[in-house]
Ligand binder design. Structure first.
Ligand SMILES: C[S@@+](CC[C@H](N)C(=O)[O-])C[C@H]1O[C@@H](n2cnc3c(N)ncnc32)[C@H](O)[C@@H]1O
Length: 235
């Protein structure tokens, strides 16, 4: 997969996605609890939108991504007032060898594993972030909820209807902004994710699904189908 191209496409989408922000990122921040003063690794940070949100809440953040162009973009967007609280690094071979064991309170991975087709790479990433977390630290993974929302349409995106969905299958969706953008991801089920967490050594693994409540936004299927799930585990 061309991660630079993917990241370029995703960059424009970010600012327009109410579903992602309200039912994804905002819920993730709620679930993380107290983040002020905490050290967070945003693995697969893209252009750093979520890293900046975490810094705005008082965390100190390292964003890491395989895409050099995304890291350049994220660096350009660093707010001078928060420059001592945010740094970015490029990931090589799914590892961050210069970082010490047990150095983060939280790791977040938002919409990253869905871009990876090989189970062995996913397992390497989980192993590496487990190493980097402090004992008691938590990993949170935010992802599209294909198990429950296959074929559904949301305010900001629409998932194809895919029959006989199997782990590792390519799945398509449309990001609804300006000219709709078609993207392809890989399907990993909620139980695959649970396995990735447990195989890496995480305990206390929990899955949270989120439905929209009320009509503050012109929701489509968000009221009845959860567009995302957040899975977390503790070292
Ligand atoms: C769909 S984007 C999501 C970006 C960001 N997390 C967000 O929520 O806006 C997926 C990101 O994961 C990165 N990525 C994919 N595979 C990776 C890997 N093996 N290691 C680190 N980053 C990776 C891509 O370069 C891309 O920036």
């Amino acid at each position: 997969m061309d991660f630079n191209l993917l990241s370029e496409q995703f960059k424009g989408y970010k600012n327009k996605s109410i579903t992602d922000q309200v039912l994804g990122y905002d819920k993730l921040i709620d679930l993380m609890g107290e983040i002020k003063g905490k050290r967070v690794l945003d693995y697969g940070c893209g252009s750093g939108d979520f890293s900046r949100q975490l810094v705005g809440k008082g965390a100190s953040v390292l964003g890491a991504d395989i895409s050099e162009s995304m890291i350049e973009e994220a660096e350009k967007k660093i707010d001078k007032n928060f420059a001592d609280k945010i740094n970015y690094v490029i990931v090589k071979n799914n590892q961050l060898p210069l970082l010490s064991d047990n150095s983060f309170d939280f790791v977040v991975m938002n919409f990253v594993i869905c871009t990876i087709s090989e189970k062995s790479i996913v397992e390497q990433i989980f192993k590496e972030v487990f190493r980097l977390l402090k004992p008691g630290g938590q990993l949170f993974v935010l992802n599209v909820n294909w198990d429950k929302s296959n074929g559904h349409e949301f305010l900001s995106f629409k998932l194809d209807k895919v029959d006989d969905l199997k782990s590792g299958d390519k799945v398509g969706s449309i990001l609804k902004w300006d000219d709709n953008i078609r993207i392809a991801d890989y399907f990993w089920s909620q139980s695959n994710y649970r396995h990735f967490f447990e195989k890496a050594g995480f305990g206390n693994v929990k899955i949270k699904e989120i439905l929209a409540i009320g009509r503050e936004h012109p929701w489509v299927d968000e009221i009845n189908y959860s567009p995302f799930f957040i899975i977390s585990g503790q070292k």
